[in-house]
Design a protein around this ligand. Sequence first.
Ligand SMILES: Nc1nc2c(ncn2[C@@H]2O[C@H](COP(=O)(O)OP(=O)(O)OP(=O)(O)O)[C@@H](O)[C@H]2O)c(=O)[nH]1
Ligand SMILES: [Mg+2]
Length: 192
Amino acid sequence: MLLTKLLCYRAMSKAKPVPPALHKVIMVGSGGVGKSALTLQFMYDEFVEDYEPTKADSYRRQVVLDGEQVQIDILDTAGQEDYAAIRDNYFRSGEGFLCVFSITDHESFAATVDFREQILRVKGDDHIPFLLVGNKADLQEKRYVTLDEAQRRANEWGVPYVETSAKTRLNVDKVCTHSLTRMVSLGKKHIR
Ligand SMILES: Nc1nc2c(ncn2[C@@H]2O[C@H](COP(=O)(O)OP(=O)(O)OP(=O)(O)O)[C@@H](O)[C@H]2O)c(=O)[nH]1
Ligand SMILES: [Mg+2]
């Protein structure tokens, strides 16, 4: 009896730990708005000055969210139009989206409408975790998109709006971890 109990205890203590939940987040937005700079700042605490257009790069980082270890998988996609045709495939795998524009570039703000449409079409769900992100907030003197118009668009869509700077790290953790991943994680818990 004692032996059975002991064996049972040993088997239990050898049980594999549950791996942390994995949340798949996708960076979308026009070329040059700072998707890679935000991703690299989040991953490595570094600001990259040079602009090298991305094809697609994937990153993974473990963080503590509400006292729980979770893994964030970030797919940094290409904003350049040359790669537009391959976006559908990437979007399909996303569980949450950071839709980035630059506050210094009105065209990139206009383009967020197309990105949102494409995401909703591919995912077939308009409750997908989604953040509207106005990047380059350190360049206030070059601002072409007002806080008010960006906030209005976010309200229309029923999503949060956050301004970031990949240069100063303003709100980088907030958008990459707390806001978006929490939405993804809560969504999954709801479904469970
Ligand atoms: N001042 C300032 N510059 C930024 C910021 N974010 C990005 N940049 C600069 O803007 C340029 C483009 O940034 P990227 O992160 O490469 O842009 P991207 O959105 O990844 O572009 P694609 O890969 O072509 O889609 C780079 O020179 C960055 O250094 C920011 O918050 N502030
Ligand atoms: Mg890039």
